[in-house]
Structure formats: C-alpha cells, structure tokens
Design a binder for this molecule. Structure first.
Ligand code: BG6
Length: 502
C-alpha cells in the first residue's frame, strides 16, 4: 500500500475520550503497519494543561492496551501537545506557530489535517478561526478538516454548518466522518453485491420481500448522559450509521469506485426515500426509552436515572422506522430499521428477506416452504449467512431451513482493521469515498424532519418504556405487517433467529 505524503495531524479535543480510545490507537496501528507518512507528527490541542510529556504518558496506556509493546517509545515521540481555549480566537496563533516550528524542524510542506473531536458547538468556529490565520489555504500544502458526527442537529443546523464551512473551504477539503463506513464489513456490502454475479439479478423488488437493518447495543448511555439526552437514538445512530447502511444496500452499481461516483449513488437513494407525512409519523416510527430492570440478576438503572439525564426526559433510546424507497429497483419494498441501547445483545446486521416461491410444492399447511434470507453481519462474529431449504432425509418431502455461512474469523491471520484506522488513512491519502458529503447529510436530515417535528411537538405520540435488556417496545412488531416479526439476532451469527437468553 502507498504511504501518504508527509503531514501533521492536529486533533482538537485531544484530552477527550475519542482521542484516547480510538484516534491515537488507530494512528499507532498505522505506524506499526508502516502506513504513516515518512515524516509525520500528531499535535493534540485542548484546554487541559498538559506538557508534551504528560500528553504522551496519558496516551501510552491507551496504546499499550493494544497488546504488543512494539516500538511504543518511538511512536510516542510523534505526539505533541498545545493547550489553548478552543473558544478564544486570539489563542489560535499558538497553533499556527507550533505548526510552523514543527514543519520547519521536519522539513516538510504545510500539509495539515485538522480533526475536530470536540463538542459540536465548535464545528463552525474552529475551521473559521483556522481560516482567519490562513490555515485553510492550500498554496503551501493541503489542508483537510475531519468533522465528527453529529453533523448538525436537524436540517436547519446542518445547512447552516455546511454554509459556514463552505465560506472558507472547498467541499473536497471537508471529511465528514461516519465511522460505520470505515468498518470492513460495511465495505463488504459493496463487494458482496458488486463482485458476485449471483446476487445482483435478485437484488430488487421482484425477488426481495423486505429489508431489515438492526444496530442493537447492550450498553446504556454510560457516562454520556448529558450529550445523549440532547441527541437520542434518531440523531445519534439512525440519521447517520443506519441510513448510510441503507445507502449501500440500496444503491445502484456505481460506474467506478471514485469518491464522487459512489457518493452520487448513495445520494440518489437518499433522495428517493419516500417522505413521511406529518400525520403518518406514528404509523411509520416507534420510539422507546429503557426503564430499570434486572439483567442476569443485576439491577440496571432506567434511562431517566442515568447521570446527566433529565428525570422527566422524553429522549428516545430506541427507534424503529419503516419506509419505502421510491425508485425503479425498490418500488413497494418496505425497509425496517431499528436501533437501541440496553437491548439484549450488541449486534449490527442487515437481513435481506427474499420472497417465497410462487407455488408451495412441499408445504403441508399452505405456508411458504422456506424463507430465504441473506444475513450480512456487520458485528460481532462478522460474516455472511444464507438461509435456504433442504430436504429432511427420509420419507416424504419435508423441508428444513439450513445455513450456509462464512465467518471472517475463519480467515487465518487476518485481523480486521479498525474503522478509524481505515478512515484516517483514507483522509491522509486524500480519498473521501467513505466520508459523507454535505448534500447527503442535508438530504437525510430532510427525510427525518417530519419525525423530529412531530416527536417534539405532538405529545400524543407515545414514547414506550421497555425494560433494559429486552428487544425494545413490544409494539415495534406492529410496524411489520402480515404477522411477521423482527429478526432477533444473537451474538453468534449461526445461532440466530431465537430470542437471546438474558
Ligand atoms: C456512536 C454513537 O456513533 O456509535 C454511540 O454515538 C454508539 O452512542 C456507537 O454507542 C456505536 O458504534 P459501534 O461501532 O460500537 O457500533
């Protein structure tokens, strides 16, 4: 693989959780795999008072957690730190001076990536203050900005943020990160669809009955109650991660893998999402909030008792949505997507439910012989499973559903790179294919707008309590018609289909 050009990565919000848990470990992995530029440095920026040494010591533990101590000392020397008050424009000259010093010491051009891992209220001002000092100019080297989610809070705020950023930056300098797109198994959706001749002819309304996407989490809001209570499951997971998965499942084959072709196809899907009418919000969406319960004998707090959460909060920790994609390929095929915290297990998967055979040759009761399903498991036990019917050995023609499965774990000596590793490397290489474009973000907010408005304004729309450790409000099954139920996945891909034991 190619190495990126020499550069400096500047992380705003460097004393925060994401830097320690994800970003620096991902940079370390790139270092071990010899994928960093020959000349490279990280500059952490935040309000906490660290020296370079203290910053390195803090991150040493995070890096050591990755197992081997390979070249840790050498890696840590790449990390530097500056303390500034991110809200104060006057302090940004310190950033510029430090970057100048470092680039001169390293004898490199002014190639900078600015990673915004800060509270979203800074997403507009940090790029602006940098630009005011000329740190947006690409005359002496590239300048790229990586922006963490949430990108906006609703349609208006996302539009405003895009507008602010576009005053000083070109779209190709902006990398809106959605870490789901960096997941190996998410990219494999494209490979499964477009590198195999057998799936694509069936991938449409003629053969697919419905599509289901689940992102379930076992954890609650942990120490992020303050952030989460302002956000909720719709903004935190559905607007971005889940709808990006929909884009990949539903898009037309792009003409090539360049960033514009792929993202144009995703945008076409997002633009074809059938708008949900305000009076139909209740019919197409269900929201829930976990309440206290016992899981494996242990009492688990309800959402409203979590630290940082309003005790009368109506923020959803679970959301399920039904919608249609109004285009030639998907006309009439329902999509069901759901996500929630404090569900029985941590699993993300896409289930393609195929239509039954037109004539039930082997059935006894007039029911379909087999429900063919293709399950694409994003995490954990990453893999793919196809369910199909097989004759039960012996007399008669009894049909049993069996599994054909592939698990990534079976690939010897292959470890899946983390999403952040992939995305940081892509940004260093100037490849924005797996980053979200401004027009796509706005289109997705526009689609969700009627739901956001109705949930905020219409107190008659219920928010259902569900006991922590269950699969969300029972009423979520009512979204799926014809007596069908959601697929209840287990941690283990091949042991799916049953309610997980708590
Ligand atoms: C983040 C959300 O974007 O994704 C978190 O803010 C959520 O609330 C996380 O827990 C889930 O990511 P993953 O990779 O563990 O599925």
């Amino acid at each position: 693989m190619n190495k990126p050009q020499d550069l400096i990565l500047v992380i705003f919000g460097a004393s925060g959780d994401l830097t320690e848990r994800k970003l620096v470990p991902a940079v370390y992995e790139l270092f071990k795999r010899n994928l960093l530029p020959d000349k490279f440095a990280v500059v952490g920026v935040s309000r906490t008072n660290f020296t370079d040494e203290a910053f390195r010591a803090k991150l040493k533990n995070a890096v050591e957690k990755q197992g081997d101590g390979e070249k840790i000392g050498e890696f840590l020397k790449l990390l530097h730190y500056i303390k500034i008050d991110t809200a104060a424009e006057s302090e940004y000259s310190k950033v510029k001076e430090r970057l100048n010093e470092l680039k001169n010491e390293m004898s490199i051009g002014a190639n900078y990536i600015f990673y915004l891992s800060t509270p979203p209220k800074f997403y507009g001002i940090i790029p602006k203050y940098l630009a005011d000092l000329g740190l947006n100019s690409q005359s002496d080297g590239f300048k790229r900005i990586i922006i963490e989610k949430p990108f906006g809070y609703d349609l208006e705020s996302a539009k405003q943020l895009n507008k602010t950023l576009s005053q000083d930056y070109e779209e190709d300098q902006l990398y809106r990160i959605d870490h789901y797109l960096g997941k190996e198994t998410v990219q494999n959706v494209l490979v499964t669809r477009f590198s195999n001749g057998i799936f694509e002819p069936l991938w449409n309304r003629n053969y697919i009955h419905h599509v289901e996407i689940t992102a379930a989490e076992e954890i609650g809001v942990e120490n992020r109650g303050g952030y989460y209570d302002e956000s909720g499951a719709l903004r935190d997971m559905l607007q971005n991660h889940l709808l990006q998965l929909v884009g990949l499942v539903a898009m037309e084959p792009p003409a090539s893998l360049d960033s514009e072709s792929l993202r144009n196809e995703a945008l076409k899907v997002f633009r074809s999402l059938r708008p949900i009418k305000p009076e139909e919000v209740n019919k197409y969406s269900i929201r829930g909030q976990y309440i206290a319960s016992k899981i494996k004998g242990e009492l688990v707090k309800g959402y409203r008792e979590e630290k940082g959460v309003n005790f009368e909060s109506r923020t959803e920790t679970y959301v399920a949505l039904k919608f249609y994609i109004d285009n030639w390929r998907w006309g009439g095929v329902p999509f069901y997507i759901r996500t929630g915290k404090r569900l029985p297990t941590h699993v993300t998967e896409i289930v393609i439910h195929f239509k039954p055979t037109p004539h039930y040759l082997f059935s006894i009761s007039g029911q379909s012989d087999t429900c063919n399903q293709l399950i694409i498991r994003i995490q954990p036990d990453e893999g793919i499973l196809l369910k199909f019917g097989m004759k039960v050995p012996g007399q008669g023609f009894n049909v049993q559903t069996v599994n054909m499965d592939f698990h990534y774990a079976d690939l010897a000596n292959v470890s899946l790179p983390s999403a952040y590793e992939r995305l940081l490397y892509d940004c260093m290489m100037g490849d924005s294919t797996l980053f979200t474009r401004g027009d796509a973000v706005e289109t997705l907010w526009k689609f969700l707008r009627p739901i956001q408005i109705a949930w905020a304004d219409d107190s008659k729309i219920p928010i259902y309590g569900y006991p922590a450790g269950t699969w969300g409000p029972e009423t979520a099954d009512s979204l799926i018609e014809q007596n069908m139920k959601w697929h209840y996945p287990c941690k283990n891909l091949t042991n799916d289909g049953n309610y997980c034991e708590l």
